[in-house]
Write a protein that binds this ligand. Sequence first.
Ligand code: BGC
Length: 757
Amino acid sequence: MKLALTFTNRYIFNIGKLMIMLLMGLIKMSCNPPSGMAGYSPEKEWVDSLLSVMTLEEKIGQLNLVGRDGNLDSATRIGPDKAEAIRQGHIGSLIGVVGAGFNREVQRIAVEESRLGIPLLFARDVIHGYKTLTPVPLAEAASWDLEAIEKSARIAAIEASASGINWTYAPMVDISRDPRWGRVMEGAGEDPWYGSVVAAARVKGFQGDDLSLNNTILACAKHFTGYGSPMAGREYSITDISMRELYEVHLPPFEATLDAGVGTYMTSFTEVNAIPATVSRFLLTGILREQWGFDGFVVTDWSTITQLMEHGVAADSASGAAASLKAGVDMDMGSEAFVTYLKSLVDEQRVSEADIDVAVKRILLAKYRLGLFEDPYRYTDPEREKREVLTPDNREAARDMARKSMVLLKNEGGLLPLSKSPSTIAVIGPMADDNRALMGRWKAEGDKNDVTTLVQGIKNKVPDTRILTAKGADFESDDRSGFQQALSVARQAEVIVLAIGESHKHSGEASTRASIDIPGVQLELVQEIYKSGKPMVVVLFNGRPLTINWLKDNVPTILEAWIPGTEGGNAIADVLFGDYNPSGKLPMTFPYAVGQVPIFYGYKNTGRPDDGSGSRWVSGYYDIPNEPLYPFGYGLSYTTFEYSDLKIQNTTITGDDTLKFEMKVTNTGKMKGEEVIQVYTRDLLASVTRPVKELKRFRKIMLEPGETRVVGFSLTAADLALLNEDLVWVTEPGEFQLMIGSSSSDIRLNGKFEWLE
Ligand code: BGC
């Protein structure tokens, strides 16, 4: 009876639907197991009941996700054809349709005018904020502040959910060691362990503790998998990775999202072991379902079903639809192959209705977990939208996230922090007063008019200072005609701030760059201004590591600001003028030259490591060093930290013992500041080759000037596991090196311990 009541209590809009609901309730009542029976799950019961009254067409409709209509504005993002398809039950989810009021109306069509009234999912790429934009994910990862990262995703979810969205296509958890690939800006960088903890924090932020609340949304871990290693860095290119690399590098962050309860996964554009991810049974069923027990649903990436023909593994879209469904795809994004072909595929017995049922159930389950059957309008309250989007608090949080993300790359001579009373500051460069580029590519519903530019941020910070500004050059063109004006502005200034880097077009999807130099003639602009001999700070804006060798060699002060979002200008000003002491550390190596790519700190020693002797016959380059320009984990502060007194409590651990160790960290400078203490290990002798360093733990601590804190960590055998020759995770007995440092190449304390079986 409980279930029948639930059905009748919910939204009931017409007699026909009521009859169906009651019928479903009756079916239910007759097969309801006694409560308390093992395996009884109300949500699964609900889904089974609903499924039992759906036609094949209605089922297929649930597997169909379509985009908004091209040129329509935000008030009318779908036209009459889509509205009719929703009415017919041919669309189960929409992407890019936003706005509480508008989505309410679209949801009303689904709920009141379709036969069964199944609510829609509204998806959007809410990657780093919805309207209040936080820094791009790579930048956020540079904060090494998991709480802040989770909060940032939480705010994005609150805003998006207030605006009609209940599903985001984030986090992207692809590990990448190739800065040519434009999408590195969307991830957490190069390290699988760090990428995993960041991935989990993001899922928690989006989904919260209770998915059925009206301010939590479904997350989607993407792109499953291998997409972060596109061959030659080229977007949409194939991936040719070993099973070892797959398990050691690419899968861990996805598994971390599973543990964090992620509701959905997205396939990737790439292939693994010569099978496009969208038809990889090995990935989608073998790993995701059979090994990991994932019970949410899998959506394809955009049109990847129809792309199977280009890959040369499907003769036509119908075959692609059959193959992807059978491999484990539940929802088709954008290709409309499921909705077009699945019915005839069933008629021709190339696909069974049972396969379709499995996918439908997973999608209905997600809708149930979001609470949409209880209240389909829970994300579409225009009043709430007005209240909760772009609030001063959210802006403040975005500002905090942005300054936490910044990395001080160089501060020779201590020019930073700047005095708050210079007479004149020149802010020069294409980024100085650009509000669009600060938002990045995935701007969701961000509006450039809400963005604080660097010039504005500096004006807010030092209102009595004369601020001169000049663009000097564009991001891309080779037009040098602005140099003169920039130079004349520079000459009048006491301090020059150069705002250069990549525009929003340079990073993100389809933005692979063969050169990762600063684009256009911006570097020349800097070189001209450098000749003035005036004190200058370069503020870099970019979504990926760049080769900035000349800057590193010549300019005394460089601040990495990434793509900092809505409050970028204010946040940079906070850092420049010392109201915030920079604490970010690079989550991705900056190469010395693009020829070093793929580059990452956790490389292997090889049989001929570079021993520094100058020998030619070592693993290295003839023309450049092996060392990167800036290593993983690197970042300065306005203060300095000293590490001392490493104490390993038990240098021999056995079985399930915990290795405990501690050290002292002291703020030896004059300013309060935060340090990211990084713990690396090296397995010194193993049955397979191991990286020279593996990040295992970190902690970010705030210290007052002169303060010393004892910081403790622990590790267990599981943290030391490796994939053996048979690709089985095991911990092998033996000696390990323990390295504690301020970056992956600035190891301050060394120790050894042994693990015995
Ligand atoms: C991207 C996905 C994205 C999807 C929907 C694709 O092109 O690869 O990451 O979620 O579009 O916008």
